[in-house]
Write a protein that binds this ligand. Structure first.
Ligand code: GLY
Length: 583
């Protein structure tokens, strides 16, 4: 059936991305998509038990901390974008914050040079985690089930262990040398002194006990109790800055999401301290002035205007945004369609603008090993979460016997104005380190509505590339009529102002398209694939209606999906995740 659909699509729409991707997973009573299939099952079970999408998102957040320890976490932070069935939208910010003793130049030596590795591989790299308080805030404000019910699956998975798939074992193997350097991490992740492999069982008894204590007494177990104290003690012993008072001061912020309109769709995404929503809306506002559908997916014409838009958006992203409690973010200006029209007017259809011509150098930086998950329930409550330890396994350190892997999110701050971070991002003073401040993020948990109903839930890890991954998935669906799986799987490009190169996934451009763009002045860098997007679309696999392409022409795969109202897609770039429906 899918083969037939792909054949028809290819015949009707001449785009290079119309490969034979698997069909999105169809459901009608709810959908959970995460980067680890066991966590997706946990979320779907909560929906089956009568929990709403927020309940499921909380349970998934804890489950991923166990079964996806490289990015799922209770020792990191993140963002939750919510669109409730009654139409309310909101955003929970549980991003990590700098400890009180942090200073703007803490990652520089006496001569002002950034000390390599200090902002990523040290206890100084660790920000005050927000995940536990964030998940509890979501549960108390918008969930319906007791904490013990939502945490029980994670506790069981930690206590009894789970069998590692190829994908789970692969990342553990890659990160094992770094984990082996920390005795507490080594005991858990290399229990026999060597990396666990596919088929081995990962048991996390300490983490199970920590989760059980949090389940019993709530976030105070971490923020005012023994587990925060244990992290503070490990930090102090390891040369870090975290104290118990830092935990006691930590607060979740509930913020208004960034919202904008694009070709009849309404986009709801992450506000500062994320740069994601502002950057996605600014990009969409610029691109609204071009007929991308007519240009075609990754045609020279489309890639040119996309790159020129991104070049301008990342200048703003890197220089003008920061924690809203510390800097005045010009959100209204950056998301104003009139501002986008002025930026568009500066785009030469025939020539690439050199990045150096746009602004004095101040590019930005950040870690890309985050994770995204989406939940939609039968009532229409939609939750999009991106949360992170920053790098895979964060700082590769576990605090004492807590079983908690700690983040290295401090690297998302500007270590030194004008100097690149681990994502090559060069950032400005608005993102300078200060006590109690959250570092600027690119995490972009996003929800798109149409005619007052949830149409799409989307997001991805990928550091500074999260913005372009999420943006391209939206364009692929709205402009190019791809279904949600095709939109996520399609090869990606990325540009972030500095360095002044267009990154390409394999097969992102044909050689002749590339030559046309090089003649306009673009420079390319071939890269491996990046990101792990997760998406849910409602009504039909494409945004254009059941079995219709971008131009509204009928396709035939609709019949196979009769009765389904929601369609989930996990990125084919990564093996361990799954979209799990509730029917
Ligand atoms: N650490 C990745 C981000 O926050 O964007």
């Amino acid at each position: 059936m899918r083969f037939l659909a792909a054949t028809l699509c290819a015949a009707l729409v001449a785009t290079s991305a119309r490969a034979a991707d698997p069909a999105p997973v169809a459901g009608s009573g709810g959908m959970v998509v995460t980067a680890q299939h066991l966590a997706s099952d946990v979320g779907a079970d909560i929906l089956r038990k009568g929990g709403n999408a927020v309940d499921a998102a909380v349970a998934v957040g804890y489950a991923l901390a166990v079964v996806y320890p490289q990015a799922g976490n209770i020792g990191g932070g993140g963002f939750m974008t919510l669109r409730l069935a009654d139409g309310r939208t909101t955003f929970l910010d549980f991003r990590e914050k700098a400890p009180a003793a942090a200073t703007a130049n803490m990652f520089q030596d006496a001569s002002g040079k950034v000390v390599p590795g200090l902002s990523t591989d040290s206890w100084k790299a660790v920000g005050i985690p927000g995940t536990v308080m964030g998940l509890e805030a979501a549960r108390v404000r918008y969930g319906t089930l007791p904490r013990a019910v939502l945490m029980a699956p994670a506790i069981r998975l930690a206590r009894d262990g789970f069998v590692l798939s190829q994908g789970d074992a692969g990342v553990l193997g890659l990160e094992s040398p770094a984990l082996a350097r920390d005795p507490a991490a080594k005991r858990i992740f290399l229990p026999q002194g060597k990396p666990l492999t596919k088929g081995d069982r990962l048991v996390q008894a300490d983490l199970a006990a920590t989760l059980a204590a949090i389940s019993k007494t709530g976030p105070d177990a971490l923020y005012r109790g023994p587990f925060g104290a244990a992290i503070a003690a490990a930090s102090q012993a390891g040369g870090g800055l975290i104290t118990r008072d830092d935990f006691a001061r930590y607060k979740v912020r509930e913020l208004k999401p960034i919202e904008c309109d694009y070709r009849g769709y309404h986009v709801i995404s992450a506000p500062p301290p994320s740069s994601g929503g502002v950057s996605i809306c600014e990009s969409l506002n610029i691109l609204q002035g071009y007929d991308l559908a007519a240009m075609g997916f990754h045609s020279a014409a489309e890639v040119h205007v996309l790159v020129e838009a991104l070049r301008r958006v990342y200048v703003d992203r890197n220089n003008k945004l920061g924690d809203p409690d510390f800097v005045a973010n010009p959100v209204a200006q950056l998301t104003d369609p009139a501002y986008a029209a002025r930026l568009r007017a500066g785009i030469d259809p025939d020539r690439a603008t050199p990045s150096a011509a746009l602004s004095p150098a101040a590019p930005a930086h950040e870690g890309q090993n985050t994770t995204q998950y989406d939940v939609l329930d039968a009532k229409g409550n939609a939750v999009s979460v991106t949360y992170t330890l920053n790098d895979w396994f964060g700082a590769h350190r576990v605090a004492g016997r807590t079983g908690i892997l700690v983040n290295n999110e401090m690297d998302d701050f500007t270590s030194k104005v004008g100097e690149a971070n681990m994502f090559g991002l060069v950032q400005g003073a608005n993102n300078a380190i200060a006590p109690g401040k959250a570092p600027l993020s690119s995490m972009s948990p996003t929800i798109v509505t149409k005619d007052g109903k949830v149409a799409l839930i989307i997001g991805s890890p990928g550091g500074s590339r999260i913005i372009t991954i999420t943006l391209e998935a939206i364009l692929n669906m709205i402009d190019h009529g791809m279904d949600v799986q095709q939109a996520i799987n399609a090869p990606r490009i990325h540009h972030q102002w500095l360095p002044d190169v267009v990154y390409l996934e394999p097969f992102a451009l044909s050689p002749d398209t590339r030559r046309i763009l090089e003649a306009k002045g673009h420079t390319f860098k071939d890269d491996e694939t990046w990101g792990v997007a997760e998406g849910i679309v409602t009504g039909a696999p494409t945004l254009k209606g059941r079995g219709a392409d971008a131009a509204g022409r009928a396709l035939s795969f609709g019949a196979a999906l009769a009765g389904a109202t929601m369609f989930g897609a996990h990125d084919a770039r990564e093996g361990s995740g799954a979209a799990v429906p509730v029917n």
